[in-house]
Write a protein that binds this ligand. Structure first.
Ligand code: MF3
Ligand code: CO
Length: 260
């Protein structure tokens, strides 16, 4: 069942999404060689709490943290740890915040210091693919149009699309229908309508598309251990078009010239 949201509900989604975005902006100030992901977790939890939100992932099916940490070959759902970030790493931080019963979900992959040119190019393409997906999310189109836009954009540039995880509907629940795969055929899947709220989140690999899950049951990494990138916005379909409710503006402000 796909729940279409009222304008009032979309405003609540916007409030939650804004706190998600501001929290990622806070994280952006700290991402640098020498910091641990545990430290980033503490900073994020305090910020969310101080601003009246609740970290939706913490405790969700036993997930132990507010954010997912995706270092280099980690695709999704990595735990924070005492791992110290190093020059040349990439770090995805994926966050869902609940404010007043509605969720906002966003992910950004950061460069830690300077990264290899091929890794930089992967990040740029993955972020561009997110916006290609958003452009395709028009009322009257189908979910497959989003999927195909992301897949085509990335594969044309030689990257591969992770199959095991998808974008999703979002609202009172963090994961609602429909699924929003990053691969698929144009004209297929559910019809996109005004009031739909979806999280679009390309997960794109430099090497092969294959992934494996670590014994902790959560951490998902590339099988070939080559890097993976991940960007995500929560969007609402308003007046026929997808409007991102999350934003990278706070990250841009924090990173200045280092923003890609
Ligand atoms: N941001 C993730 C997503 O887009 C949230 C899943 S993490 C979990 O689906 F721990 F909560 F499952
Ligand atoms: Co999501």
């Amino acid at each position: 069942m796909i729940y279409l949201k009222t304008p009032e509900e979309i405003e609540k989604m916007r409030t939650a999404s804004m706190l998600t975005s501001r929290t990622l902006g806070e994280i952006a100030k700290w991402v640098a060689p020498g910091i641990t992901t545990n430290r980033l977790e503490t900073i994020a939890r305090e910020f969310i709490h101080d601003n009246g939100g609740h970290p939706s992932c913490l405790g969700y099916n036993g997930f132990p943290a507010a954010l997912c940490y995706e270092v280099n070959e980690i695709v999704v759902h990595g735990f924070p740890s005492n791992y110290t970030l190093r020059e040349g790493d990439i770090l995805g931080t994926d966050l869902v915040v609940d404010v007043d019963g509605y969720h906002g979900d966003s992910c950004y992959t950061f460069e830690v210091g300077e990264v290899a040119p091929e890794v930089h190019a992967l990040l740029v393409t993955t972020k561009e693919a997110l916006y290609k997906g958003i452009e395709a999310a028009k009322a009257g189109n189908r979910i497959g149009d989003i999927s195909n836009a992301v897949q085509t954009y990335c594969e044309k540039r030689g990257y591969t699309v992770v199959r095991e995880m998808c974008g999703h509907g979002i609202g009172k629940k963090m994961h609602e229908e429909p699924e929003v795969p990053n691969y698929g055929r144009r004209g297929c899947g559910p019809l996109i309508k005004n009031g739909m709220c979806i999280a679009i989140e390309p997960m794109i690999n430099l090497g092969s598309k294959n992934v494996v899950f670590e014994p902790d049951g959560w951490t998902c990494r590339t099988r070939d251990r080559r890097p993976s990138a991940h960007y995500e916005h929560t969007c609402a379909i308003i007046d026929g078009k997808a409007q991102p409710l999350t934003t990278f503006e706070f990250i841009k402000e924090a990173l200045g010239q280092r923003y890609i």
